[in-house]
Design a protein around this ligand. Structure first.
Ligand SMILES: Cc1cc2nc3c(=O)[nH]c(=O)nc-3n(C[C@H](O)[C@H](O)[C@H](O)COP(=O)(O)O)c2cc1C
Ligand SMILES: Nc1ncnc2c1ncn2[C@@H]1O[C@H](COP(=O)(O)OP(=O)(O)O)[C@@H](O)[C@H]1O
Length: 300
């Protein structure tokens, strides 16, 4: 028999502290009712499909979202491909075919303003009627409960575009991070005595924080390593495309080809065009001192 599920539905981009409150409720109810705590999430984002919007940026890649949801205790993450066919399902077909027959849903925890079905035509009152017909429970999260949470994915995106990392991390309840592979760069870093790991992110929809220099950390071979990262076009060496590169402190290993998760801790300064590599190197010395000072305040 397919396991019986308690379900919440949504994009949950960021899996921030507001999301976490709902998700923890799902996990607690699941334990009480002996149901499998489940999230039904849609991917690609409806706007990517319906409006063919390829400028949309998300806080998490789909893999990151799954990992974050599992960390909170969600046992099953169902990623439904959001296709035009899916978007065209009537409210009733969606409830009957997907929620009931495919997923074996026994309980749904959902916001008061949730809409579903073709053209988002059905609302929570309709869901409660379907619940009687198909024998599942609906638990509504009230407007008050949702408004109590002043955090939103939009606010976090804005803070990232402004370099306000401390605000971002407080809203998320974890440090904002990127994940990508270390690839070859231009090989100039080493000549400055600051070798930099260039990070390639394969998901073009991942939101990259504003250009500038950041204090970051990563775990490489089970060891926490701090570093300083630059995001930008490297105007000093007349770079054109945007790159993401990290110089790790007290570190000297070849890490080409490795996949790294890098957490943002603090924004230091904007990227600048220097008149020479010498001048850039001087600034890198200053950045390193500033970054180490910041790291001291964290560890203090
Ligand atoms: C912490 C840090 C800060 C940086 N700041 C700047 C900057 O302000 N302006 C700039 O043109 N390049 C900056 N860079 C990028 C350097 O130009 C870059 O590391 C160098 O060109 C080496 O690139 P490569 O690894 O592709 O060889 C910075 C790099 C790091 C690691
Ligand atoms: N402290 C360090 N921080 C970052 N990368 C380092 C460090 N020490 C060694 N490396 C290695 O050196 C590479 C970067 O050297 P670099 O001369 O900047 O070349 P590239 O332009 O190819 O990035 C990194 O990808 C990594 O494999």
């Amino acid at each position: 028999m397919k396991s019986e599920k308690i379900l919440t539905i949504g994009t949950y981009d960021g899996v921030h502290i507001g999301h976490q409150k709902i998700l923890k409720r799902v996990v607690a109810l699941a334990q009480k009712e002996e149901l499998v705590p489940t999230v039904l999430t849609l991917f690609p984002h409806p706007r990517m499909v319906l409006q063919k919007d390829d400028t949309i940026k998300l806080l998490n890649t789909i893999d990151e979202r799954i990992e974050l949801l599992k960390t909170i205790g969600i046992e099953k993450v169902i990623v439904k491909e959001f296709t035009k066919e899916f978007a065209n399902l009537s409210a009733k077909d969606y409830v009957e075919q997907i929620l009931v027959e495919e997923l074996n849903t026994k309980q749904i925890v959902i916001g008061y303003d949730h809409h579903f079905g073709k053209n988002r035509s059905a609302n929570i009152d309709d869901l409660k009627i379907f619940a009687k017909e198909f024998n599942f429970k609906v638990e509504e999260i009230s407007a008050q409960e949702i408004e109590d949470v002043t955090v939103s994915s939009t606010k976090i995106r804005e803070a990232l575009n402004n370099g306000h990392i401390e605000i971002v991390n407080a809203y998320l309840g974890y440090n904002y991070f990127i994940s990508g592979e270390v690839v070859k760069g231009k090989g100039i870093g080493r000549t400055l005595d600051y070798p930099t790991a260039n990070i390639h992110i394969k998901e073009s929809y991942k939101l990259i924080p504003r250009d500038g220099v950041y204090v970051v950390k990563s775990v490489i071979d089970n060891t926490t390593i701090f570093g300083m990262m630059n995001i930008g076009t490297n105007p000093t060496v007349s770079g054109k495309s945007r790159s993401i590169e990290v110089h790790f402190f007290n570190f000297d290993k070849d890490i080409y080809g490795k996949n790294l998760k890098i957490e943002f801790l603090h924004w230091l300064r904007s990227e600048q065009k220097f008149e020479s590599l010498e001048a850039l190197k001087k600034q890198l010395n200053i950045d390193m001192t500033d970054a180490l000072d910041h790291i001291k305040t964290i560890n203090a």
